[in-house]
Design a protein around this ligand. Structure first.
Ligand code: B12
Ligand code: SF4
Length: 470
């Protein structure tokens, strides 16, 4: 079969994150590896740097695709994914559409009701292969007997097959098809390419606003040998930088130390970035030093807040002291910090919010703030639904810029407060000057953040006048 794997089209009015960091869609490279060979695969990225939906239509014709399979982790992208899938089917009778990733795994019925042919629930590896083999007619397995698939019968009945068991080991999985991913420029070495690597699947923590614990349920790690093989493969392919997709790098700090030592010993050190918890950076300063030697240059830290009460309410399992110490430890070793924060959690006072901007600016190289959002699948979502405190269910409202709680505060005022605080940071001359220079990794990342923000504002304004460019 000829399969195109794709992302939902970029919607610049919905997120400012497209350019901030350097992550290609690794889920697609994993899905591609599961089926090729024998099937022929092309990855068409729709969400990178340019608006390329039209390209997808062209690729389907040119490649004579039998199947287009989308990745969709972020719930607000669900509507546009369904729309593009429908348009593709109208233009190409007989084309089969599939979707995988977090949002459809939580809400498969919504996608099937809106015309998607199949949903791959949770892990791609075995389910996607079994489904494509079934569609190609290379196996006799009945669709009802493929665990992990959601589909619709001829009578229009939606069927959710039982979930497939999660992988016990990643050692036997094929290497993700990074060779099929589009070029992502490295921020550390101009002219070279960057890629992504997954060392861990899932997160052992239970932050209330986060979907990861419910999505994977169980936290699993690749073996050190497998990770080293992947890094060697990445280097052989010519990549000179990698972003780690793990929810929490170095949760097993001893294992991370071993990995870094081996990377250095085997000449596999490579600039890398990823997400790290503040308590890891605080409790293991020597590990940070070692990770830096192995190539760590950038971390995203979910500081979230500098209020004790807010951190406790979110079940973040860390403290404001650890937030501060983490920043010191990372800075000491020259690791760039993208500090993520949340704005507008119920009970967060004006003083707490003021602290986020003040301390956030002090503790980070790049300041990021999201509106506190009850993402579908998070404990917060179920709590708010139970209490009837979430008036909107429109997926696009879950874009982390809207204030979604019914708690007596004015959503418009909350939104303005949110925007004002971001502007305070990004319009500061000391930050602006980095964007103008654009020479070091820090300057390049800040410049990307500005470009994202400009596009976000432009597209949002155009949308107000009824113009949406896809
Ligand atoms: C890299 C990344 C990004 C990159 C996107 C890269 C890209 N081009 O895809 C950037 C930086 C741009 C980004 C932006 C945002 N992100 Co992000 N991101 C991630 C991150 C860290 C890694 C994704 C990844 O590659 N994982 C590794 C791959 C192998 O796993 P996977 O994608 O889940 O794929 C597996 C399965 O899901 C499934 N699968 C997935 N796709 C497909 C497709 C098919 C066809 C099949 C069969 C199966 C399948 O099979 C795969 C293997 O088993 C995840 C967290 C995480 N650890 O996954 C957050 C995450 C997806 N992001 C999140 C968020 C909130 C955002 C932003 C909203 C941030 C912001 N405030 O703006 C934006 C939204 C942008 C958007 N429209 O999607 C949330 C989503 C929460 C939610 N419920 O919606 C996550 C889960 C982080 C979190 N802890 O909450 N993100
Ligand atoms: S916010 Fe981070 S640490 Fe908390 S549950 Fe989600 S991925 Fe894990």
């Amino acid at each position: 079969m000829r399969v195109i794997l794709s992302t939902a089209p970029a919607r610049y009015w919905q997120t400012t994150n497209f350019m901030l960091t350097n992550f290609p869609p690794l889920g697609l490279a994993v899905a591609a590896a599961a089926i090729s060979p024998p099937h022929e695969v092309r990855i068409v990225e729709n969400a990178k740097h340019r608006l390329k939906s039209h390209d997808l239509f062209r690729h389907v014709k040119e490649f004579r695709a039998d199947v287009v399979a989308f990745t969709n982790n972020f719930y607000p992208d669900s509507l546009i994914t369904q729309t593009v899938a429908r348009q593709l089917k109208e233009a190409n009778p007989g084309l089969i559409t599939i979707v995988g990733g977090q949002a459809p795994s939580f809400l498969p019925e919504v996608y099937l009701d809106n015309g998607i042919d199949y949903v791959v629930l949770y892990e791609a590896e075995h389910t996607f292969k079994a489904l494509i083999d079934h569609l190609a007619g290379t196996t006799q397995t009945d669709i009802a007997d493929i665990p992990g698939v959601a589909w619709t019968t001829r009578d229009g009945e939606v069927v959710l097959n039982p979930r497939r068991e999660l992988l016990q080991t990643f050692d036997d999985s094929p290497m993700p098809r990074r060779d099929l991913l589009p070029y992502y420029p490295s921020v550390t070495r101009k002219g070279y390419a960057s890629t992504a690597i997954e060392m861990v699947r899932g997160c052992p923590y239970h932050c209330k606003f986060c979907t990861r614990p419910t999505f994977w349920g169980k936290h699993r790690e690749k073996s050190i040998d497998r990770i080293l093989d992947e890094i060697a493969h990445i280097k052989r392919l010519g990549f000179r930088e990698m972003m780690v997709t793990d929810d929490t790098m170095a949760f097993d700090h001893e294992k991370m130390a071993q990995l870094c030592e081996e990377m250095i010993r085997r000449n596999l050190a490579i600039p890398f970035g990823g997400t790290l918890r503040a308590d890891t950076a605080t409790n293991h300063p020597d590990l940070i030093k070692l990770m830096r030697r192995a190539g760590l240059f950038f971390v995203n830290v979910g500081f979230e807040s500098y209020s004790r009460k807010a951190l406790k309410d979110m079940n973040k399992a860390t403290t404001i002291e650890k937030n501060r110490q983490a920043s010191e430890n990372l800075r000491k070793h020259g690791v760039l910090i993208l500090g993520s924060h949340v704005y507008g959690a119920p009970g967060q006072t004006d003083e707490d919010l003021e602290l986020i901007t003040r301390d956030g600016m002090e503790h980070c190289d790049f300041f990021r703030m999201n509106m506190y959002t009850p993402q579908v699948g998070s404990a917060l979502f179920y709590e708010m639904t139970r209490e009837g405190r979430m008036p909107s269910r429109n997926p696009e409202m879950f874009n982390q810029f809207e204030y979604l709680f019914d708690d007596g505060r004015d959503p418009q005022e909350m939104k303005w407060g949110f925007v004002k605080r971001q502007l305070q940071y990004y319009l500061h001359p000391s930050i602006l000057k980095h964007a103008v220079k654009n020479q070091t990794p820090k300057e390049r990342i800040i410049r990307r953040a500005y470009l994202s923000a400009v596009m976000f504002t432009t597209y949002r304004s155009l949308r107000k006048f009824g113009i949406e460019i896809m």
